[in-house]
Design a protein around this ligand. Sequence first.
Ligand SMILES: [Zn+2]
Ligand SMILES: [Zn+2]
Length: 354
Amino acid sequence: MASSLVRDNPLLLPLNGDKTVYDGFITVQCFLICLYCFCRLHCCWQLKHLLRGYEHIVKQVNSTLFRVSLQEVCLKSFPERHSIPPPQYYSQLISEMEALGWSKLLFLDPEFQTLRLKAEDSSGRQHILTVKLKSKHPAEAPECSADLPVPLVTTWTPQSTLEQLYSQFLLVLDSLTKFWDMLDEIDSKTWILEPEKPSRSDTMRRIAIGNNVSIKVEVDPRHPEMLPDCCLLGAEHVVSPLRNKLNANMHLWNPDSSVLNNLRDVLEIEFPSPATHEKSSFSMECGICYSYRLEASIPDQVCNDPRCGQPFHQACLYEWLRALPSSRQSFSIVFGDCPYCSKPITVKMAAQKS
Ligand SMILES: [Zn+2]
Ligand SMILES: [Zn+2]
């Protein structure tokens, strides 16, 4: 019987000459279970719990183990993610997917626990809902995530289904349609300096206005029609007239119009667009390292002298000025001379990125 045990379970090795102690794996259905065979099988509750639904196979194995007088089966560290769902989990998943429609399934992992579902909003944009099902599905709520500018809040009861979850996701997408419409218009009609590749969760855009002048806007995903947080960046002599216009015309902000149209009206400017300008005319490289992107940052420190206007990375300018004996530092600000025109220039400590 000992030889048949080893024959049926090739991953089980005898540990002594009498073949009464074994270490290794026995195969139960498709799951490998790590066993340290020493005492009786039925005293290990963890293993019993794990094998629920497979009792008939366990009985077979148990009687074999008993015959070779094995005393106990201990479960060696069984990782959490292997908490194997009961058989009805799979039938439940299949019936829920049938109700939802298999065409919505983009991805399913080999453990049948992570699903990626595709969805389209009313403006035709594609979105992905990632659902991680718990082993106790549907008694326990699944974990959901998506590329959204707001937290994804869903409700789940033990009677809930994937189809209901998906409908909730569509409602969330609907509530954000206006926000994405506003940002899509900005992305298509202006030059975006940051973020490099905006995702659906990004609420910030840094829009080029001219050479080394840009505006950073932070659009509220819940109230995209309202005046966003704005920050003008560039040399002071160019930025301050724009800032004055923004303050003077703020009351003209029209919630029925788009963010881009409102920005045009309030700032009294036309944004350079991909149709009329090359991006290279705004993405001027840093005067110290001669590159545009330095890790995630772009050269946003600009010399305030109107005849110079040279841009620098904050980190580059900080290191440059700090190395010169003519510079002086007060708290986190370094005062020195522009490496290009020698006019006074200041920079904040590089670690404190705004
Ligand atoms: Zn640089
Ligand atoms: Zn300068």
